[in-house]
Design a protein around this ligand. Sequence first.
Ligand code: COA
Length: 157
Amino acid sequence: MAGIKLIKHLPGAPGMRWFGLGPGLKPTRSMNKLKTLLDKHAFWAKGRSYKKLRLLLAGSNVVVSLWRGKRMVGFGRATTDGICRAVLWDIVVAGDLQGLGLGRQVVEALLTSKSIRSVEHIYLMTTNEKDFYLQLGFTANQNQTLLEKINLHKSTF
Ligand SMILES: CC(C)(COP(=O)(O)OP(=O)(O)OC[C@H]1O[C@@H](n2cnc3c(N)ncnc32)[C@H](O)[C@@H]1OP(=O)(O)O)[C@@H](O)C(=O)NCCC(=O)NCCS
């Protein structure tokens, strides 16, 4: 889509975390913009504190963001061991720009990144958007079960 810029951040997105850098490596208060995007358009990530967001970026091997001018309009990240397994997380496009091919752009940028493109298995969890991922080449895994353990000693920040 015209006027949209995709940024492939360094692993851990240090420029965004430390200096709020955005397009053109300019200070753009990008942490505030990431928080706004997730709070508004990603129900599972609503209300995450800045400290949490900084830590999750620091722990992400691949981070991409989409910008329209100074507005962050898309985001996605992934964690991986670089060889056997990778997991995509927090894929989101701003509501008013959904359905225009931006989500596909985010997912393709993650999948083609250097540390993921040769990984054997790439996973993701989705509540409502299974069909979006099916037409991007993912399949529903019938042989495995997603198990979860809620950590009662989770961090309070
Ligand atoms: C899911 C989401 C990231 C998709 O992004 P998007 O920009 O709207 O999707 P795109 O326009 O890139 O769609 C790419 C293709 O997927 C299709 N598609 C998009 N959403 C779809 C859906 N829910 N079901 C089926 N197909 C879908 C589009 O028709 C398009 O197909 P085409 O290439 O043949 O035209 C976006 O809608 C979103 O942020 N939703 C809210 C947050 C969310 O639930 N994220 C998923 C977390 S796992």
